[in-house]
Design a binder for this molecule. Structure first.
Ligand code: MD3
Ligand code: FE
Length: 206
């Protein structure tokens, strides 16, 4: 494959890394959503998020009036989250190793579905037990402008376009950088139609 495009000392973009697996990934996402349906979450302050989410793996990220946290059961069905497919585990491990993170083992995969107009404000990911492991993200469907800030909220973020099949690895000194996604522009993707699906693979437990 091609060299990672550097986003920071320990972060990089692997253009098209997931393209060879796109059909298998879309099948896996469909299966996950049958067991754990897409849903709209609410912030602890009671605001609806503009993305729809679901999870697979041992831990799933959840948000409601009680706060942001990882839970072992889907609050919507009461069942454990669907298993993390081996396909995703291996993809994340191969991507992480390209950035120098060996033996990455994801125990959580958050799936975010964006429709035109959906966005994600600048935030840090701090709900995991440890920040030692990297995060691997897979983008599918419509392109998005990813906002890549610093370790302080007031730093002006860079904009990076993420395309169908792109994989990004973020870790080490870049793990607590502020980031977000600009409002998704209208469009139709050949496979996914008017949506973008992002998968984030993490080590959330201990
Ligand atoms: C950089 N999701 O779910 S994935 C999130 O496209 C989230 O849905 C975005 O931010 C999305 O929390 C971006 C890329 C990502 C994920 C975690 C990070 C980038 C990160 C943690 C630290 C630094
Ligand atoms: Fe995030």
């Amino acid at each position: 494959g091609s060299e990672p495009i550097s986003l920071g000392a320990q972060s990089g973009l692997l253009r098209g890394f997931a393209l060879p697996l796109q059909d298998q990934l879309l099948d896996a996402i469909q299966d996950i959503a049958l067991e754990a349906p897409w849903r709209q979450l609410f912030t602890p302050g009671g605001k609806p998020m503009s993305v729809r989410t679901t999870n697979c793996g041992t831990w799933g990220w959840h948000s409601d009036r009680q706060g942001y946290r990882y839970v072992a059961h889907d609050p919507h069905t009461g069942k454990p989250w669907p298993q993390l497919p081996e396909l995703l585990q291996q993809l994340a491990r191969r991507a992480a190793s390209q950035l120098g993170f060996s033996d990455f083992e994801a125990d959580a995969c958050l799936l975010n579905c964006y429709e035109p107009g959906a966005q994600m404000g600048l935030h840090q990911d701090r709900d995991e037990q440890s920040f030692a492991a990297p995060i691997v993200s897979v983008s599918l469907g419509l392109p998005a402008q990813f906002l890549w800030g610093g370790t302080q909220r007031n730093e002006r973020p860079a904009r990076i376009e993420l395309l169908h099949g792109d994989v990004v690895v973020w870790g080490g000194v870049d793990r607590l950088r502020f980031h977000g996604v600009a409002k998704l522009a209208a469009g139709k993707h050949p496979q996914l139609g008017a949506q973008r699906i992002n998968l984030t693979l993490r080590h959330a437990g201990n």
